[in-house]
Design a protein around this ligand. Structure first.
Ligand SMILES: [Zn+2]
Length: 146
């Protein structure tokens, strides 16, 4: 499912959203189409009817330290695939490494890359210890191929 990245400017007064800026992102789903609006704090306070899903956040000042390029490449490749289990497993890994932040905690989960504002909507998959082991082994194989 396509979820747009954060806009560079506030959708009301077009003030720039830059590293360090506080902002509010709002998502509204229309069937499978996701509409995203990004507001500066001031404009959001003036929005009377706050519909949909939204979160308050601050744009990270710096890109995450040492982004794990190999994991990201694999994650972005799998993201467009049907492998929901691997996608979710990698998202949890990237979240632990502080390279993704979970912004919407109900289905579908929405993860944001805190610097670029890129969003990923992900369906959680129940994984037991055995599943995790199998996924880990599969990922090691996939990494070996890249
Ligand atoms: Zn604004």
């Amino acid at each position: 499912m396509e979820v747009p990245a954060r806009a560079r400017v506030c959708c009301i007064d077009e003030i720039s959203l830059v590293p360090g800026s506080f902002y509010v992102s709002q998502l509204q789903w229309d069937n499978d189409v996701c509409c995203r609006k990004d507001y500066c704090k001031k404009c959001w306070e003036q929005v009377e009817v706050k519909r949909g899903t939204f979160w308050h956040a601050r744009i990270a000042l710096k890109p995450p330290p040492k982004p794990d390029r190999a994991v990201w490449t694999l994650f972005e490749r799998l993201y467009v695939s049907e492998r929901k289990d691997l996608i979710y497993f990698l998202a949890l890994y990237l979240e632990r490494k502080k390279q993704l932040t979970c912004r919407v905690k109900k289905e579908p989960l929405v993860y944001e890359e805190p610097y670029s504002g890129k969003l990923f909507s992900i369906f959680p998959v129940a994984l037991n210890e055995e599943d995790r082991k199998a996924l880990r082994a599969e990922l090691i194989k996939l990494f070996a191929q890249t």
